[in-house]
Design a binder for this molecule. Structure first.
Ligand code: NPW
Ligand code: ADP
Ligand code: K
Length: 478
């Protein structure tokens, strides 16, 4: 897990660092990381460094100095004509060549790498027109860009770009990732992201991103003494005469994630399809530990749906509430419920336009979590789980192959399994979204949601095997 921090928090940490370590030179650490990566990205040829007026430009110029000192041709373009004074002197001393904007543009087709050191965490969104044209030309000519801290033009603390920016193949950032590095669509403009520890002490994050180690650590693996009941019984009330497929998909997700026992209580047509495909699923009511409701309910039989949601509420059990069930939410819900809207459904829940949610997903997911006092998993390219406290957990990301009808049903099923196994709602949402993404990454290609669901056992089995093999590694005798 890694904490995601705002520019403001990084600045405050930096101020504290310099108070405690007067004279320390973080810029040299940053510049070294950038020049090391640049040498890997472009082992030969000219590197063109685009330099802004602040410390981001300073990082870039010192990186140019490092490259030139190592015998690598480096050229710098100071986009405002001004730059970090010591960095300019250091770069000149080792023979970095300085060029103007028209030379930079003219030589672009022949450079091996562009280092974008125009704006970092002190930048406002957007670029000077000449830099904007240059950034677009890098894109058009497919010149690899290495961004320092953030791709210039992006807003550090936002996931939705509002202006032209550089589009990096790789970004070297410092101290911690920021929202633009982890939230789509901004994250895509950062390329692969590398975080360099520069020694700052950061506070407890209120936004964090999971990695595969967290999934392995938190997954409710079966123990030797488990039975089907202790692993968790999930009641599934999904599908309708019109949408029986959603019932099949949600059940497929739950079963392949490892539910101890499933009781399906949806429509008969869906039950028959489920039995044909998954004979271990039981049909009809009985004792359950958690509910999964709403996938494929459709817009008919609304009164019946509202009544079923009310009955789940009165049972006091945890529940995944997905899709059409989100329309019937009471004013407050038990805190064991996990609401799983996509942006459109969250917009409807809050009475705003979908676009508003897409621009600022975290703020809106926080509003819903606070309003219903329960965990919300906002689905999409980046999946955010928000607790009523406002804490945000971002799931392990996956490829966009899962962007297809039915993926949400599978995901709801996986989350249902995790609730039935006893996990708190936020964790069920974060783990469920993560393993679905990991399964899609494990099996890249246009595989339908059910195939991705059937890949889950392999992915989970792989994680489990890795965990077990680690557990059996004995410490080396000294
Ligand atoms: N924290 C760390 O751990 C470390 C931080 N380090 C580095 O420091 C960087 C932050 O440096 P920074 O504070 O000097 O800000 P930076 O991003 O260079 O920009 C400020 C300048 O740009 C200007 N400007 C802004 N927006 C603009 C626009 N749209 N269009 C035009 N101009 C615009 C702005 O002008 P003004 O606001 O005065 O108008 C000002 O002159 C950070 O990203 C990292 O690279 C490392 O060295 C060490 C570890
Ligand atoms: N760009 C994307 N990248 C990766 N995954 C995505 C992307 N867009 C959507 N998804 C996945 O698709 C699911 C879509 O859910 P949803 O719209 O509820 O589907 P449905 O209701 O049709 O089953 C999300 O949970 C997420 O896993
Ligand atoms: K930059």
């Amino acid at each position: 897990m890694i904490g995601v921090h705002s520019a403001q928090v990084i600045r405050e940490a930096e101020d504290r660092f310099f108070e405690e370590n007067p004279g320390a030179d973080l810029m040299q650490i940053a510049a070294r990381a950038v020049s090391d990566r640049a040498r890997e990205m472009a082992p030969t040829g000219v590197t063109l460094v685009v330099v802004g007026p602040g410390n981001n430009g300073g990082d870039g110029l010192f990186a140019a100095r490092n490259l030139a000192a190592a015998g690598r041709p480096a050229v710098a373009w100071l986009v405002t004509g001004q730059a970090h004074p010591q960095a300019v002197i250091a770069a000149r001393q080792v023979g970095v060549k300085f060029v103007d904007s028209s030379t930079a543009m003219h030589m672009l087709p022949d450079v091996m790498l562009v280092i974008d050191a125009v704006l970092g965490i002190g930048g406002r969104p957007g670029l000077f027109p000449v830099v904007e044209r240059f950034a677009t030309a890098c894109d058009d000519l497919c010149i690899p860009v290495l961004s320092v801290d953030v791709p210039s033009g992006l807003s550090t603390d936002e996931v939705t770009p509002t202006a032209t920016s550089f589009r990096a193949a790789h970004t070297v950032t410092f101290a911690a990732p920021k929202l633009c590095h982890v939230g789509e669509p901004a994250a895509e403009r950062c390329g692969s992201v590398e975080v360099i520890d520069v020694g700052l002490s950061l506070p407890e994050p209120d936004v964090r991103r999971l990695d595969e180690v967290d999934i392995a650590r938190w997954w409710p693996w079966p123990t030797a003494v488990d039975d089907k009941y202790s692993r968790g019984v999930l009641g599934i009330d999904t599908g309708s005469e019109r949408y029986p497929g959603a019932a099949v998909l949600s059940t497929t997700g739950a079963l392949n994630a490892g539910t101890g026992m499933i009781r399906f209580v949806g429509p008969e047509r869906a039950a028959n399809l489920i039995l044909d495909a998954m004979p271990s699923v039981t049909i009809g009511p009985g004792r359950v530990e958690a509910w999964l409701m709403g996938c494929g309910w459709g817009k008919q039989d609304r009164d019946a749906h509202a009544a079923r949601l009310q009955a789940a509420l009165e049972s006091g059990l945890p529940a995944v509430v997905d899709a059409d069930a989100l329309e019937h939410l009471p004013k407050t819900v038990p805190d064991g419920w996990l609401l799983t809207p996509h942006a459109g459904e969250l917009a409807a829940m809050l009475g705003v336009h979908r676009r508003v949610v897409e621009v600022d997903p975290i703020r809106h997911a926080r509003q819903a979590a606070a309003r219903w006092n329960t965990a919300v998993l906002l689905k999409g390219a980046t999946q955010y789980v928000v607790e009523p406290s406002g804490r945000v957990t971002i799931a392990v990301p996956g490829p966009a192959w899962t962007a297809q009808a039915g993926s949400g049903d599978v995901l709801a099923g996986i989350c249902g399994m995790l609730l039935a196994a006893g996990l708190p709602a936020w964790q069920a949402g974060a783990l469920g979204a993560s393993v679905q993404a990991m399964a899609a990454a494990h099996k890249p290609g246009p595989f339908p949601p059910a195939v991705i669901a059937r890949t889950l056992p392999e992915v989970l089995g792989g994680l489990w095997t890795t965990l077990r093999s680690r557990a059996f590694v004995l410490p080396v005798e000294q």
